[in-house]
Design a protein around this ligand. Structure first.
Ligand SMILES: O=C(O)C(=O)C[C@H](O)[C@H](O)COP(=O)(O)O
Length: 214
């Protein structure tokens, strides 16, 4: 595995699930990150899908020492740079563009871009990206699709995201080419909006227990 991909895997520290977060109000960010960390999910992905997302990343990076905050839904180099400036420790995008590859090459921050097809995966591998987001996982063919890639492209590992839930996560985590999964189910919008942090902590704890089989 390439150095930067290895750096990202070590940041995740064996965590089986990365919560994919949509934060409407930056005030929610710190208590949400703390609840997830108490439940065992320290690495979190805050998507740039709300106007408050960058401020949310800044607050978690500055105030929640135990969290490893990353940025998601990064579509272009300007967002890449803004997310890095805000304190993101890793950067996630739904797909790969040459502009994002350049931004990633110019940065020390690990990059987790999305890929689906064998050709996209091989192109990423060619430039040293050997840990990829498999997105949108369920819609693209799910665990059966990913399993079929494990023999021909054995040295690329994945974080399947999109349609992954408490009920199907184990099917992905059992595959040899899966390191972790991503999903929004541990922080549903209604619980976040209502500040139900202890319920989110419980969801996180259950997700953190979804270990990779030994
Ligand atoms: O915005 C991004 O970069 C994304 O990662 C999109 C997501 O994967 C999903 O929003 C999470 O998918 P669900 O768990 O099905 O809700």
């Amino acid at each position: 595995m390439s150095n930067k991909s290895e750096k990202l895997v070590s940041l995740l520290a064996g965590q089986p699930v990365i919560p994919v977060l949509r934060i409407a109000d930056a005030k929610q960010a710190v208590p949400l990150a703390r609840a997830l960390a108490r439940g065992g999910l320290k690495a979190i992905e805050i998507t740039l899908r709300t106007p408050d997302a960058l401020e949310a990343i800044r607050r978690v990076a500055g105030e929640v020492e135990e969290s490893v905050v990353g940025a998601g839904t990064i579509l272009d180099p300007a967002q890449y740079d803004a997310a890095a400036q805000a304190g993101s420790r890793f950067i996630v995008s739904p797909g790969i563009t040459k502009e994002l590859l350049k931004a990633s090459a110019d940065s020390d921050i690990p990059f987790l871009p999305g890929a689906i097809t064998p050709g996209e995966i091989m192109a990423a591998r060619q430039v040293g990206l050997t840990f990829l987001k498999f997105f949108p996982a369920e819609q693209a063919g799910g665990a059966a699709f990913l399993k079929a890639l494990a023999s021909p492209i054995a040295d690329v590992k994945f974080c399947p995201t999109g349609g992954v839930s408490a009920t199907n996560a184990a099917g992905y985590l059992g595959l040899p080419n899966v390191i972790c999964v991503g999903g929004s189910w541990v922080a549903p919008d209604d619980l976040v909006v209502n500040g139900e942090w202890s319920r989110i902590e419980d969801l996180a704890r259950a997700a953190a227990e979804l270990r990779k089989p030994a």
